[in-house]
Design a protein around this ligand. Structure first.
Ligand SMILES: [Zn+2]
Length: 405
């Protein structure tokens, strides 16, 4: 089958961090274009005066290789010469593929190959067709919903107003309720911290094994990878594998953390400072006694090693958990001291293109050095004097891979 429309990704960027793993992220400048996952008005463009008839249409998942669409349609003005299927995986991506007409079945057929931009099973899509007849009349159909179903394994599914969760058996079905409970318990906190809830319903997809988790990415396979999950706003969700079997941690730790990364993109909070965006995501976890005490660890480290300047990434925020824990501790300080409103205010200032340090200073209403001093007092450092800082870091977009804690 001919395929002439390479899937168009508006702004998904995948980067291979050598020796670390796959990272995916999005830039956010165009988020405002699609504030909700609302179907476009239908039909939006009837071109000329032709009468269009839309017959049967189908969607078929061929996971992990791709998916197929078919459509029967006609125009009173003449033969249809072009048919394209378009779809969104989230409010922020538009993809499309051109169709070929099958003379035998008298239908248009469309195939998307997963190697063009791999996505995990159970990503949801909203799709419609755009048609053009030989007289130049065009027509856009209504939209339909579908999922990139994986029928090769046994899966559970749960859905609430907050999230849609999928888990590969033998992960027990109790995981679904845990995930819904976690998202419900944290709903109002997300709302207060970000000003509003996510503009779409996110998905969390939990594979049972590393092997099944890696199977959907036919491009990368397993070579050189050690990530346990990815969170990608272009399809509006997080995919993980159950690497340690701790379902409470999966729901109250991983899911709440990864959903916070989706908020970072959805609410357009651009900062490339890793301790901020990882610490912030960590801040939205609910510990439930299954994770270690992040703040206690930070206090213990700074007691023995001291604490560097905020402009120097705290100087000692090293190790695989350094950015997470040190970012968490500082954001917790800000919120305990100034209320959750300070988080919202910082987010709004970042959206207004302030640098992170300017945003923090303006939201708190103090010079950054004074905030640092206060923070060091709060941490219990015997000498709260702030060490001399290195120059401010530049601006980049945040990647959000997940690694074992
Ligand atoms: Zn993270």
């Amino acid at each position: 089958m001919k395929q002439f429309g390479r899937a168009l990704l508006i702004f998904v960027v995948a980067v291979l961090l050598a020796g670390v793993g796959i990272t995916s992220w999005t830039v956010t400048a165009q988020d405002a274009t699609f504030p909700t996952l609302t179907p476009p008005p239908s039909p939006t463009n009837n071109g000329g005066s032709a009468q269009w008839e839309i017959g049967e249409q189908t969607f078929t998942s061929d996971y992990p290789y791709g998916f197929n669409f078919t459509l029967k349609a006609s125009s009173s003005a003449g033969r249809i010469k072009n048919a394209t299927v378009q779809w969104k995986l989230s409010p922020v991506t538009l993809q499309r593929v051109g169709g070929t007409f099958n003379e035998q079945s008298e239908q248009w057929e469309f195939r998307w190959e997963s190697t063009s931009a791999p996505v995990p099973a159970w990503v949801g899509l909203q799709y419609w067709f755009v048609l053009e007849d030989e007289q130049g009349n065009t027509y856009q159909t209504q939209t339909w919903q579908a999922e990139y179903a994986d029928d090769t394994k046994s899966w559970g599914r749960a859905e609430s107003e907050d999230i849609i969760v999928f888990w590969e058996h033998p992960i027990p079905d109790s995981f679904g309720q845990l995930a819904l409970d976690a998202m419900k318990e944290q709903r109002e906190f997300y709302r207060a911290a970000w000003g509003s809830l996510l503009s779409y319903k996110p998905r969390a997809i939990f594979y049972a094994t590393k092997q099944s988790y890696y199977e959907w990415d036919l491009n990368s396979g397993t070579v050189g990878r050690n990530d346990v999950g990815q969170t990608v706003s272009s399809w509006g969700g997080t995919v993980q594998y159950n690497y340690n079997g701790n379902l409470v941690e999966g729901a109250y730790g991983t899911i709440l953390h990864e959903i916070a990364h989706l908020y970072q993109s959805d609410k357009r909070q651009p900062t490339g400072i890793r301790w901020w965006y990882e610490g912030q995501a960590t801040f939205f976890e609910m510990n439930k006694g299954v994770m270690y005490d992040y703040l206690a660890r930070v206090k213990q480290i700074v007691r023995s090693k001291g604490l560097g300047s905020i402009r120097d990434n705290w100087g000692v925020a090293t190790g695989v958990r350094g950015d997470y824990d040190f970012g968490y501790a500082f954001i917790r300080y800000l919120v305990e001291t100034y209320g959750i409103e300070v988080h919202l205010r910082i987010t709004e200032l970042l959206r207004g293109n302030r640098t992170l340090f300017d945003a923090i200073s303006e939201a708190v209403g103090k010079p950054l050095e004074e905030i640092e001093y206060d923070y060091r007092v709060w941490l219990g450092l015997p000498d709260p004097t702030v060490p001399t800082a290195l120059p401010t870091l530049g601006f980049t977009f945040p990647p959000t891979p997940t690694f074992k804690p």
